[in-house]
Design a protein around this ligand. Sequence first.
Ligand code: ADP
Ligand code: MG
Length: 618
Amino acid sequence: MTEEKIEFKAEVSKVLDIVIHSLYSNKEIFLRELISNASDASDKLRYALLLHPELASKTSEFKIILTPDKQNKTLTITDNGIGMNKEDLINHLGTIARSGSAEFIKSLTGDKQKDMALIGQFGVGFYSAFMVADKVTVKTKKAGDEKGYIWVSSGAESFTIEEDDSLPIGTSIILSLKSEDEEFLEPIRLRHLVRQYSDHISIPIILKEGAKEETINSASALWTRPKSEITTEQYKDFYQSVSHAFDEPWMTMHYKAEGTIDYTALLFVPTKPPFNLFQPDRKSNLQLYVNRVFISDDLPELMPFFLRFMTGVIDTNDLPLNVSREMLQKTPVMQKIKKGIVKRILNELKKRAEDKEDYKKFWESFGIVFKEGLYEPIDERKEVADLCRFNHTADENLISFDEYIAGMKEGQENIYYLTGTNIESLKNNPQLEGFAARGVNVLLLTDPIDEFWIQTYTEHNGKKIISVMHAGSDLEKIKLENEPNEQPIDKEKEKLLINRIKETLKESVKDVQVTDRLTKSPFALITPSGMMSLNLERLMKAHGQQIAMNSDRILEINPRHEVIHKLAEMLENKEMNDKVNDAILVLFDQTLIAEGEPLKDPAAFSKRLTSFVLSGLA
Ligand code: ADP
Ligand code: MG
């Protein structure tokens, strides 16, 4: 058969270009990627043999062979795994396998270390071969097929495919090394790299020098070895290889569960959030093995969504080897393992939370995702809540619900919070004045997710969790730290003033009422309880949702404020009518600005304000 020339998909060329030209600071990882593919291929064939035992006659003991050839300057990585047919070659080595390269290219940061980490995660692992090779030849034959193929590319726009039926089952990747990369022909270098990146690969990796063959990895699944025999370094390397990451694990859990279900778990919490943590299709990097045979890494039923940053391996003997997708979804075994690991993870985190500085690192990377556990339908919400940490008004440290409760004032019944987009502007929110005056701490919630969990997790250890906006008579029960200097305006004047404000502001607010929560500001806006908060309204607008603004707001006024006293007085003088109205409009617009809201008529606001400034200067 003649050679066929096929163009790479446009995105592949782009990725190849990046891989070849800008990501070479850590190019040794090409070996880890190719060995990982070889090992995956063996896992796939082992699994296929369960369903098609007739294939067994043509396969042998699984192994991966590295052959450096100094004469021809080639490094060959050979496996006797599943192999590829022509379609596989075109689909897997001609396009970008996983989430698509558009996203990959978008996520590139320019920081080489980070960009390198992306390569593996995006399934461009194979293309990393072009970091060290100017030509890559893939000789492969798929188990069960008669036809074999040779794929060749120099990493530019195209590759060629040619049939060769004499090939054995499995795949050989032949790298024609660039002259500056001949170090990868050195046995010492190869031994070292395999030990560092691929030691845990569960089949033998053999270095072949002439007639000499030497197994250079431990070839036993790391999680099956006793804890005491595994070094921190080995755990780290394993973590980096299962999650294609470059950071250290922040937490490592390795245990064997025995009971109704037996399983071994080797789980990690990363230090840094993976780039795709917030993509809706993000899966945890969790691999399921049955008796050391790889089954699947697409396991939404094994880890709740809020723990999707976890990576690692679960190995159990309590499932049949030929377990199907449907069965994985239905079997109670998965549910039980999930329950078990969630419990363990939360327990482990609880221990780590005792060291606040250390726990803060975890919280900064994953808190925003972890909080989703407060509204995910799980039994462990309380335990999740115990592990949540928050910013608050009392000091700069993060606190837990329990710490908040321990610091509650006499007469305080509830846990109070305020939501918004950033801590600094929240701290200046006039709504907090009455709390500050009573020494009452308030949780400051600035993640979009906060707007959602506060609607489902509404009570902690018997204390209601409520918005400062909805604090009313409950706040009055708490003593002020200092008695206010000003008396409130009298009830008669209050009524007149409220009516006037309503007339002036018309539909801009739903109601006007006096409040005890303000000490420094004359006005503030709230949303009645049960309504969408101002912050949520803004978030939804920012995401393109059409919602009517300014709908059900209530304007609160501070009856002790100097400005309110003044306005109440001025009401008695008819000549001052226009000035009072202008003052109300300016104060209202100012309140909107403080809330971060757009003004209906900024020009009119600015005109009125200028005239007030002028009269003040006169
Ligand atoms: P990933 O391994 O994340 O899927 P890669 O770029 O590393 O992405 O590999 C792309 C695909 O090419 C693999 O999913 C697999 O289907 C195929 N492949 C690569 N190497 C081999 C191999 N040695 N044997 C069989 N298939 C392979
Ligand atoms: Mg791969």
